[in-house]
Design a protein around this ligand. Structure first.
Ligand code: BTN
Length: 270
C-alpha cells in the first residue's frame, strides 16, 4: 500500500492557483463530501480539498454507495465557490470528469473517456465517478462540493463483485501498481486548470476539451430516466442543457442532465 497522503506531499511545488491552496488529509471519514460540507460551513475558501485514505460511507450518484477501500484510491472532495449563475453549476460535474480523464491520460497509456454526466471510463469500464452537490439553492452564490472518486490501485478482487463486469482501476489497466501521489497531484493541477477556465468565462475552450473526451457520441445508446429506458442515437451533449437523443420511437428529444440516471451503449451488456 502506498504512503498516506499529506498536504505537503500533495502540493509542494505544485503551483495551482485555486485548487488545493488548502488541503486536509484524513485517515478515514464517512464521506469526504460530508467533511467538505463541514468545512464550507466554516467558510472554507474556494478550492479547499479534503482527501481521505478510506471512506466508510462513500456516496455515489442516486443514493448509491461508493466503495472506497483504504489507500487504494483517490477519494477527494473540493469546496467550490464559483462566480457564476447557479443555473451554470452543472458544468462543475463536467469540470471534475474532464480533469480526471486528463490526469489519467497523463499518468498511464490509455484513452479515458467521459461518459456523461459523471463517469470516467476506460475501455467502457468505469474507473472514476464525480458527485457534485449544491445545498442552498436560494443563496446568491452558494458553495458547491465536488467529490471525485478514482479507483487507482484496486485489484479486480477488491472491486465489488456485482460491479466487476463494469468497473476497472488504473492498476488493472496499467498492468501494475500506479503512483497514487503522482496521480493525485496531476488531478489537482488539471482541476485547477479547467475550473479556472470555466470561472474565467472561457466556456467555449472548456467545451472543446470536454467534447474531445466524450464517450458514445454518434452511437446507439440507451438512456434511463424516470425508471424507463429510451433508445436512440446520441447526437449531442451539452454540459448544462443535457443530452440530445434521436430516438427510435418518436421525435428527437433532449434529456436534462439532472433527469438522466444512466447512459449506456446499446449492446448485449447494457
Ligand atoms: C458516482 O459515480 O456515482 C459518483 C461517485 C463519487 C465518489 C466520490 S469519492 C469522494 C467523494 N466522497 C463521496 O462520498 N463521494 C465522492
Amino acid at each position: 500500500m502506498s504512503a498516506p497522503f499529506t498536504p505537503e506531499a500533495l502540493t509542494d511545488g505544485l503551483g495551482t492557483h485555486v485548487i488545493g491552496k488548502r488541503v486536509i488529509c484524513l485517515e478515514r471519514t464517512s464521506s469526504t463530501n460530508d467533511r467538505a460540507w463541514a468545512e464550507a460551513a466554516h467558510r472554507a475558501r474556494d478550492g479547499t480539498v479534503v482527501f481521505a485514505e478510506e471512506q466508510t460511507r462513500g456516496r455515489g450518484r442516486l443514493g448509491r454507495t461508493w466503495h472506497s477501500p483504504r489507500g487504494a484510491g483517490v477519494w477527494m472532495s473540493v469546496v467550490l465557490r464559483p462566480e457564476m449563475p447557479i443555473d451554470r453549476y452543472p458544468i462543475l460535474t463536467s469540470v471534475g470528469a474532464v480533469a480526471t480523464a486528463a490526469a489519467i491520460a497523463e499518468t498511464i497509456p490509455v484513452s479515458p473517456r467521459v461518459r456523461w454526466p459523471n463517469d470516467v471510463v476506460i475501455g467502457g469500464r468505469k474507473v472514476a465517478g464525480v458527485l457534485a452537490e449544491v445545498r442552498d439553492l436560494t443563496a446568491r452564490r452558494p458553495p458547491a462540493v465536488l467529490g471525485i472518486g478514482v479507483n487507482v490501485n484496486l485489484s479486480r478482487d477488491e472491486l465489488p463483485k456485482e460491479l466487476r463486469p463494469f468497473a476497472t482501476s488504473l492498476a488493472i489497466e496499467a498492468g501494475g501498481l500506479v503512483n497514487r501521489l503522482r496521480f493525485a497531484r496531476a488531478l489537482l493541477l488539471q482541476l485547477d486548470h479547467f475550473y479556472r477556465q470555466v470561472i474565467e468565462g472561457d466556456v467555449e475552450g472548456f467545451n472543446e476539451r470536454w467534447q474531445a473526451f466524450l464517450d458514445l457520441v454518434g452511437e446507439r445508446v440507451r438512456v434511463r430516466t424516470g425508471g424507463r429506458w429510451h433508445v436512440g442515437r446520441l447526437v449531442d451533449i451539452d454540459p448544462v442543457a443535457g443530452i440530445f437523443l434521436r430516438s427510435d420511437a418518436g421525435p428527437p428529444h433532449r434529456y436534462l442532465a439532472e433527469h438522466v440516471e444512466m447512459l449506456r451503449p446499446f449492446d448485449a451488456h447494457a
